[in-house]
Design a protein. Sequence first.
Lengths: 91, 460
Amino acid sequence: MDLLSRKVTRAGRAIVLQPREFKLLEFMMRHAEQVVTRTMLLENVWDYHFDPQTNVIDVHISKLRQKIDQGFDRALLKTVRSAGYMLTEQA
Amino acid sequence: VKHLLRSVALRLTLVYAIALAALLIVVGALLWFGTVARLERDITQIIRNQAAGFANAYAERGREVMAINTDRRVGRDLDTDEILLLTDNQMKRLAGNLPAWPREVGTQPGWYRIAIERGGRPSEALVDHAVMPDGAHYLVGRDLYELTALRRMFLVGVLAAAVAVLISGFVYGVLLRKAVLSRIDAIRGTTLAIVEGDLAERLPAGNYSDEFSRLTGAINGMLERIEHLVHGVRNVSNAIAHDLRTPLAELRSRLEDLTRTRPSADITFSELDEAVADIDRVIGIFNALLRLAEIDSGLRRSGFRPVDPAAVLDDVVELYGPSAELKQIRLTQTTDPHLHVAGDPYLLAQAVGNLVDNAVKYARNGGSVTVEARHAGNGFVDLIVADDGPGIPDDEKSKVAERFYRSDVSRGTEGVGLGLSLVAAVARLHHGTFSLLDNAPGLRVVLRLPQSNGTTESVG
């Protein structure tokens, strides 16, 4: 991830992200190998200080996941059940 | 009397009556000096003139002639009030209309008041006692019968009027107290019934729009509000109990199954995850309730700042965009330029977010949801979220903002029935209103907020 040119590549392949998706991925990468809760994402990525009733975050994550993991053997963005998400190198 | 005096009405009336009586006496005294006292002065002057005249005549004509003149004068009855008496040196009667020398009059000349009896009626007279050069005594005076009667009438009149004022004041005060007391007793009785727990009780509204009616009106309004609040609290606690029991019961049976069946570790952990999710739902309900309580307390008003509604809508639309996309719902946004409100941007975002959330949740697949911010005129800004979903039946519109209310349409979808309660609370906090309109088809929710002058920069 190049923060200045705001470009993302995985294994040499360029990935086109919306600004919010970029921010989401940046936050996940800064907290790589850590479990990130939905509330953390809402507060840090969207500056939204409460729990929405539905799974809006999940939908954003799944869109991001499509863009960064599709076509690769290994999924980097994992769902941690009943906790949140984790960006990890481990299987 | 002591307990009677505790009545405000009676006390006020009595004070008023006493003041009136005092005023009456002052007016009476003024009238007295204007009439009775003046009349007395006039009589004195007449007697003095007459006495001087007699003294001159006596000096000219002598004792015998004056005795004859005096009797003649008395006999002619020219002036019935006139008192004349001529005696010799030993105060022995020579002529006049008094039978003998009065006891009250001494040997010295001067003014005397004497008791007399004329025609069988007792009276009082004012006489001037003069001693003639030859030693004879002459009394000239006036019967004060008229004056005494006038004086008595005056005193009796003024005092009777004062007493009448006091008595009628007292009676009127007692009656007033009774009238006031009956109204107050009615209020007190109802209040006691309410204290006993009958919140549906209302004060009797008076026939007139007097002070009491205004008071009872205000109290009834207060009771209305209290009943509504108590009713709300009762409903909410019922709903909380009900809504918490469901996930807790599920949780319990889930854990019970685990201990009974003891499945493999994989299944156990996946069940534990579900259990955590159940608990999260319960915590979510509590969070939502605490948040509502916080908003309703009005504390967050201190954190109000200028907000650009367009920016709020941008964020919400951005957040819910993918969710709408997932259901192939068109989520569109239109905003008027130069909108400003004073408020809490996070709460406004949450309110609009809840509305969009509902709209996306209930809109049919492939439908559309529009989000608008526009000038509403009269210094208001409308935030509108409209969908073409099933809408809300008119008879349910008033209820959906109540805590934990869930429409039949919403059964089977997730949520606990606090979303619109929060929107309503946010509207109240911002001194705005919140209304549910028919979008034909669908629902159109209007959050109307007072516009601020917007001199400061907006906060995104």
